[in-house]
Design a protein around this ligand. Structure first.
Ligand code: SF4
Ligand code: SF4
Length: 264
């Protein structure tokens, strides 16, 4: 199960952020005025499990007519609004490095932190290729989106998807969501929105596909997303193998040295 977030229909109402905070009883995180458009949340963190980005661009919406012209000659501005969240990676490095088993894969395929087991070591923080997971100030433990595990267990959909008035956030079986997303991209391309593309939908990508994937209207970097994320523990098995080979070689050399000395 997972999320498909279609940013082309997001209206920036932040109902998802509010629903997430309310359902999960997440503390407030500053209520600061950033001056960054209508974005006062800034990014995902221990106390922001959904973040609605507002990206202002000096280009018109696809197909928009300004001053009687359209296409590349048209003037104007547009907002790209997108509700970001933990990607619930298929190959999740946060989970690989957790020494306590606090992070675990649920029966729904999602990645969840158990706050009563987390010891605040913070290993998972640099391991996440998206910079999602974060330690809470004054607490030390890590917190992130649980994809509303408690709601899923009783057959409810996550609070953000339930609250989204435009269905920008859709919840369901990933295969079904991927099919729906591909049709939506085709529809947008036919309507002239040629920049529409999917992000995190491909099970062959560097993290084995995201459990929360997106339809974007520009390059991922514009939204603060890495263009080609890779599971940061990818090289660990090879490194352990090399370490084992080095240890065996060292032991063999020491044994040979002792054998030579004994033979003198
Ligand atoms: S996005 Fe980061 S925190 Fe979320 S599952 Fe992937 S590695 Fe873990
Ligand atoms: S609730 Fe839906 S439309 Fe509103 S900001 Fe969140 S994703 Fe966008």
């Amino acid at each position: 199960m997972g999320f498909f977030t279609d940013t082309s229909v997001c209206i920036g109402c932040k109902a998802c952020e509010v629903a997430c905070k309310e359902w999960n009883a997440i503390p407030e995180d500053g209520l600061t005025f950033t001056g960054m458009s209508y974005d006062n949340t800034i990014g995902l963190g221990a106390d922001s499990w959904r973040h609605v980005a507002f990206i202002e661009q000096d280009k018109p919406l696809a197909g928009q007519v300004t001053g009687g012209v359209t296409g590349e000659d048209a003037q104007g501005m547009r907002w790209l609004m997108a509700s970001d969240v933990c990607k619930h990676c298929t190959e999740a490095a946060c989970l690989d490095v957790c020494p306590t088993g606090s992070l675990f894969r649920t029966e729904f395929g999602t990645v969840v932190v158990q706050e009563d087991i987390c010891n605040g070591c913070g290993y998972c923080v640099p391991a996440c290729p998206y910079g999602v997971i974060d330690q809470r100030h004054g607490d030390g433990r890590v917190w992130k989106c649980t994809l509303c595990y408690d709601r899923l267990e009783v057959g409810q959909q996550p609070a953000c998807a339930k609250a989204c008035p435009t269905d920008s956030i859709q919840f369901g079986p990933l295969d079904e969501l991927r099919e729906r997303a591909a049709l939506r991209v085709d529809q947008l391309h036919e309507a002239g929105v040629t920049e529409a593309r999917l992000y995190g939908h491909d099970p062959q990508d560097g993290v084995g596909g995201d459990g929360a994937f997106f339809l974007l209207l520009d390059e991922p970097e514009v939204y603060g997303l890495p263009p080609d994320p890779v599971v940061t523990t990818r090289d660990l098995p090879r490194m352990w193998k090399l370490t084992a080979v080095a240890a065996v070689s060292l032991a063999a050399s020491v044994a040979a040295a002792f054998a030579r000395r004994a033979g003198r």
